[in-house]
Design a binder for this molecule. Sequence first.
Ligand code: ADP
Length: 151
Amino acid sequence: MKKAIFPGSFDPITLGHHDIIERGVTLFDELIIAIGINADKKNMFSLEERKQFIEDSFGNNPKIKVVTYEGLTVHFCQENNIDFILRGLRNPADFEFEKAIAHTNRDLSSIETVFLLTAANTSYISSSIVRDVIRNHGDYTKLVPKTVRIK
Ligand code: ADP
C-alpha cells in the first residue's frame, strides 16, 4: 500500500494546497495531510481551525486523512509506515528550499519526496498572502476553498 504524507502549516489551506492534494491523491493509496505543530510559529488560525477547514474540504474522501504531528516529518513517516512525502513547487525559491529539505530527509531516511508542479492558476497563492489579505479586510474567498470562512 502506497502511503504519502503532505506536510505543512496550512495556515490556512489555500486553493494551491487544494490542487496539490486533489492531484496527489490519485498517485497513492492513502494521502495523509499532516499539520506540523511548530511552537515557534505564530499562527493566524488555531490547530483545530486549520484541521477543521481541511476535514470539511476532504472529509468525504476515504483515501485522505488529516492529522497533526510534532517533530521531524521523517520520524512521523517511520512511525506510521509512510514511504513518500508530497510537496508542491511554485517557483525557484520553493525549489531551492525543497531541495535542501528533501536531501536532508534522504540523509536521515529512505523516504522519497515527490514533487508536483503548481497549477498555473494557483501558482501565486500562498498562505502568507492569504493572511495578509484577511488582516487587511480584502476578499480572501477567491484564494481559499469554500470551507475556509471566518466568522
Ligand atoms: P510550510 O508552512 O512548510 O511553508 P505550507 O503549508 O505553506 O508549508 O505548504 C505546504 C506545501 O504546499 C509546500 O510543499 C508548498 O510548496 C505547497 N504549496 C503551498 N502553496 C502552493 C501553491 N499555490 N501551489 C503549489 N504548492 C503549494
